[in-house]
Each structure stands twice: as structure tokens, then as C-alpha cells.
Design a protein around this ligand. Structure first.
Ligand SMILES: [Cu+2]
Length: 135
């Protein structure tokens, strides 16, 4: 009886360890996440309000509470990589979305490049999201 209980305990401990190794967090990498454009709206002359969504690549689920520590905006999509615009963070509207006001002094194609720290993910997630600025 005792040995049976002991065996069950050992088995369940083993199962717990196996489960821990199989959780997505254990295998997570920066490529498990992606940024998507949620919206790009004019926000006054030469300014665009850009909202991006951070999602898990696996199931498209939102990833809240990421820390976006580096941003850059330029007109590389329009063949002007040296034309840059200031990026200022704004409060996001819903969990998993991140919002910025970008100084888009020129209408056309812009790229917003982001570096982010995701909770529980040691690798930095980097991505570029293209958007269009109206004037
Ligand atoms: Cu330009």
C-alpha cells in the first residue's frame, strides 16, 4: 500500500515536471510573438496615431503588459529610410494593444520599428509594422 502511494507520488511529480517543461513559456522565443497594425489614424497636421497589437504567433492571442523600450519611425517603405519621425507612447485602449503618436511630416508609407520585452520571455521581441500616413 505504502509503495503504491509512493509510486503514485513519484509519478505525479514526474508528470508535473514534464508539464513544466512542456508549457509554451519553456520553449518561448522572440519568434513566438508578432506585432500587427491595429490602426493608423490622422491625429492633426503631420501626426499619426498608430496602434499596434502584440499577439502570440501560435494562436493570435493578445499579449498584454509588454514593455516597449525602443521605437523608431521612418519612411523606408516609401524609399526614404533616412526620413524619420519622432515616436511618443500613448495609453493603449485595450490589453495587448500599444499606441503611439508618430510625427509623420509627410504622407505616404511609414515603418514603425519596435523592441519589446514580453513578461516571462528572455529574448527581446523586435518587429517592424508598416502603416500609411495621410496628410
Ligand atoms: Cu518622406
Amino acid at each position: 500500500m505504502l509503495s503504491k502511494l509512493l509510486r503514485a507520488a513519484v509519478l505525479s511529480t514526474g508528470a508535473a515536471i514534464a508539464t513544466a517543461f512542456l508549457t509554451p513559456a519553456a520553449f518561448a522565443a522572440a519568434s513566438d510573438y508578432r506585432f500587427e497594425l491595429a490602426s493608423a489614424r490622422p491625429a492633426g497636421p503631420g501626426k499619426t496615431d498608430v496602434t499596434v497589437r502584440l499577439v502570440r504567433a501560435r494562436d493570435g492571442g493578445p499579449v498584454p503588459d509588454a514593455v516597449i523600450f525602443q521605437t523608431k519611425a521612418d519612411m523606408a517603405p516609401a524609399g526614404m529610410p533616412t526620413m524619420t519621425g519622432n515616436v511618443a507612447p500613448r495609453a493603449g485602449q485595450q490589453p495587448g494593444t500599444y499606441r503611439f503618436q508618430v510625427d509623420t511630416g509627410m504622407a505616404g508609407g511609414w515603418a514603425l520599428t519596435l523592441s519589446a520585452k514580453v513578461q516571462g520571455e528572455p529574448e527581446t521581441v523586435r518587429a517592424t509594422v508598416n502603416f500609411n500616413a495621410a496628410q
